[in-house]
Write a protein that binds this ligand. Structure first.
Ligand code: ZN
Length: 244
């Protein structure tokens, strides 16, 4: 999840207090420092080497060295909600403002899902630092899922929902009903999977630095009508599943 706000302020720099920016530090919490991030209040099960591994993989995919940012892990849902302000459905949020980029990791981030949930946020961080407005909003969540190796799209489930008339209206997928939010994320991820199949996604991203990716989707990927291409893509994936 990604939020852009002008009024967001960095929480507690150099935190080593017992209460910081509404985060209660548990006795087993620790701080992890890497070249890319100060991760405050990290849970006991999380080690520096694992954080670095995820960061390195995403950085190498997006060819970038992150300018060091702060990240906060929350064990308390209320403190987490207060920090991101996006409502109860958020699991992790990357906030970008004039004072910098901050990653907030909520209590639903566990030992089991950490790698792709955290990887997803690192994609947002790098998009904000490197690509600025070049990656279309309707693709950003899907790209973050795709590059962080989130569970793949279930096309049959996706197809049970009416497909959007215009996929470029998929932006801001974090508002509305839970099922709709889920659908928007997965539709955006399906678009990333489609682009990855139809053209060299890593090169498409590379080409798009500080330029509009949408133009390259048309010229480099030769996709003239993204909506038509998407409907056909979903159809073919559903057919393939039925056959197999
Ligand atoms: Zn996201």
């Amino acid at each position: 999840m990604f939020a852009n706000s002008r009024s967001v302020k960095l929480l507690c720099r150099g935190v080593l207090t017992t209460l910081c920016g509404g985060i209660l530090l548990s006795a087993s919490a620790h701080e992890i420092t890497t070249n890319a991030m100060y991760l405050h209040n990290a849970p006991k099960w999380l080690k520096r080497v694992r954080v670095e591994k995820v960061i390195d993989r995403i950085q190498s995919k997006l060819e970038w060295s992150t300018r060091r940012i702060h990240g906060y892990y929350y064990t308390d849902e209320q403190a987490f909600a207060k920090a991101h302000g996006l409502g109860p459905k958020a699991i992790a949020v990357t906030k970008s403002s004039k004072s910098g980029i901050v990653v907030h990791l909520g209590p639903k981030i566990t030992n089991k899902n950490f790698d792709y949930q955290f990887g997803h946020e690192m994609v947002h961080v790098i998009i904000a630092q490197k690509y600025k407005g070049a990656i279309p909003k309707w693709l950003e969540e899907g790209l973050a899922n795709h590059l962080s190796r989130a569970p793949k799209v279930d096309y049959e489930a996706l197809n049970r929902h009416p497909l959007p008339q215009d996929v470029t209206k998929l932006a801001h997928p974090f508002s509305g009903e839970a099922s709709l939010i889920h659908f928007r994320y997965k539709a955006s991820q399906a678009l990333a999977e489609m682009l990855s199949k139809k053209c060299d996604l890593e090169n498409l991203i590379r080409l798009s630095v500080e330029r509009k990716m949408e133009n390259y989707i048309e010229t480099y990927c030769e996709i003239k009508d993204i909506n038509l291409a998407f409907r056909k893509w979903v159809e073919s994936k559903v057919k393939k599943k039925v056959k197999s």
